[in-house]
Design a protein around this ligand. Structure first.
Ligand code: 4AZ
Length: 236
């Protein structure tokens, strides 16, 4: 997270760290006691579930909370189709259920029926780096506040550097300075809808971090309600 603040997991109890071995790799979001939502690009290099664990319920990715192995990974079947980062979404099934507490809570997805004000505050959180040149994740959870950017403008700016499709949205600030960054991928973007926090996006990609011309690009979760529901139904 660039241009943000340290926070406590009780403010983002839906946030988890997805780890490869004992290394923080990506963020993720709790949907139910055994289901985590993340980005497909986070789980595609090593799609073997036995390599992955999640840590939930702690502000520090390396310690505390609940440490749980992964049973199954289901990347969206059309990840990369028709553009490199399209459909960047995956479901992760855990071997053992999470126990809900003040530090561990699920969040519901924004649906197509929910209306988001164009200027709504979007909260993005994670252990990702403070700048593009930082290689290590942060020890403690951070968050920042961004706004959705104009879709056409964002797509034009990214022309030649990546394709912004209709199942993605861009978010940042007018002059840059606040953004998700490396290590935040797969993690949540939440917003308040009628007084309740819901998951609006998944940290997906961008050119650098916190550049006004190149805002962060996020998977638009409301486009995947049917895929999530169908996949969860097939899991049990
Ligand atoms: C990354 O490399 C990454 N500024 C994540 C988010 C953004 C850029 C890169 C958005 O994981």
């Amino acid at each position: 997270i660039v241009g943000g603040w340290e926070t406590h997991i009780t403010f983002f109890p839906h946030q988890v760290s997805l780890q490869l071995g004992t290394r923080h790799a990506c963020g993720g979001t709790i949907l139910s006691p055994t289901i985590i939502l993340t980005a497909a690009h986070c789980v595609l290099e090593y799609s073997k579930p036995q390599y992955y664990v999640i840590r939930a319920g702690t502000s520090e990715w390396a310690q505390g909370g609940s440490y749980i192995r992964v049973r199954r990974i289901i990347p969206h079947p059309k990840f990369h189709d028709p553009t490199r980062m399209n459909n960047d979404i995956a479901l992760v099934q855990l071997k053992h259920p999470l126990v809900y507490s003040r530090e561990i809570q699920p969040i519901s997805l924004v649906t197509k029926e929910d209306s988001i004000q164009p200027k709504a505050q979007l909260f993005v959180s994670g252990w990702g780096s403070l700048s593009i040149s930082q290689m290590q994740p942060e020890k403690r959870l951070r968050y920042t506040v961004v706004q959705q950017r104009d879709q056409e403008q964002c797509a034009r700016n990214y022309f030649g550097a990546g394709t912004v499709t209709s199942t993605m949205f861009c978010a940042g600030t007018q002059f840059g300075g606040r953004d998700s960054c490396q290590g935040d991928s797969g993690g949540p973007v939440v917003t308040s809808i009628e007084g309740r926090m819901k998951l609006y996006g998944i940290v997906s990609w961008g050119f650098g971090c916190a550049n006004a011309f190149y805002p962060g690009v996020y998977t638009k979760v409301s486009e995947y309600g049917d895929w999530v529901a169908q996949t969860l139904k097939e899991l049990d």
